[in-house]
Design a protein around this ligand. Structure first.
Ligand code: DC
Length: 239
């Protein structure tokens, strides 16, 4: 018999590698829940900023965490990502603003925050009634679920990732230049890969997928085939 926990898919990688869209499409195709762990770090940053808490004040961040009620709700429109709630408030838009993005990268470097969010991430992924979950983040395959059933690490060149991010910001009416987006991304990459705790790196058993110049449908197809293969193998082994 295999364990009764849902099938866990870990999708890690740097900003702009295509994780969000790929995770959303993959979860929809498989009928799995999706857990955007970056959104959780973003919501913590938002709550801390609103509360006037310095983003390196470990004592106050540690006090804040257990008081936060962070949840995901159904998308606002078909095909959109899950909505993010802080208590009863829909914060989905506010957590994507540049100041909160920067704040999220700062709070995510604090060990007290990373440790305090482990349980929430695991609970959301293994909630009753779910067949499986796709978790998107930076340390899912290395720290949150080192025993995930399938692990992927998406990569793309820095220029391609910045191009995607720049196009997305332009669609939202943001006027940042490509050079600004690239510089901001380099800063975030540095924060994510050089921090002492849970630095961004592929798990030894992750499948590394380069998404540069690859249509997203092809990326999702690659991930889905791998998961379906492993799901099938799990079923055969359980017999
Ligand atoms: O994926 P994102 O851009 O929404 O993530 C926001 C920030 O949170 C980013 O700086 C990386 C960090 N993060 C993290 O450290 N660990 C995760 N599992 C997810 C995100």
């Amino acid at each position: 018999m295999t364990a009764a926990r849902p099938f866990i898919v870990a999708i890690d990688g740097p900003a702009g590698a295509g994780k969000s869209t790929a995770s959303r499409l993959l979860a929809a195709r498989l009928g799995f829940a999706m857990v955007d762990t970056g959104a959780i770090y973003r919501t913590v940053a938002l709550a801390a900023m609103r509360g006037g808490i310095a983003l390196d004040d470990d004592a106050r961040l540690g006090d804040l965490l257990p008081r936060l009620d962070i949840r995901f709700g159904p998308p606002a429109a078909p095909g959109a990502g899950p909505r993010v709630f802080l208590g009863a408030e829909d914060v989905s838009i506010e957590i994507r603003t540049p100041p909160v993005s920067l704040g999220a990268s700062q709070v995510s470097a604090r060990p007290v925050v990373r440790a305090g969010l482990l349980d929430l991430q695991r609970r959301l992924a293994t909630a009753a009634g779910q067949r499986g979950a796709v978790l998107e983040g930076r340390d899912i395959g290395t720290v949150v679920f080192p025993d995930a059933d399938a692990k992927f690490f998406l990569v793309a060149t820095a220029e391609e990732r910045a191009r995607r991010r720049h196009a997305e910001l332009q669609r939202k009416g943001d006027r940042s230049t490509f050079e600004e987006v690239l510089a901001d991304q380099r800063r975030r990459d540095r924060n994510d890969t050089e921090r002492e705790i849970a630095p961004l790196r592929p798990a030894g058993d992750a499948v590394v997928v380069d998404t540069s110049g690859t249509p997203l449908e092809t990326v999702v197809e690659t991930l889905a085939r791998e998961v379906e293969h492993r799901l099938g193998r799990g079923r055969r082994e359980a017999r």
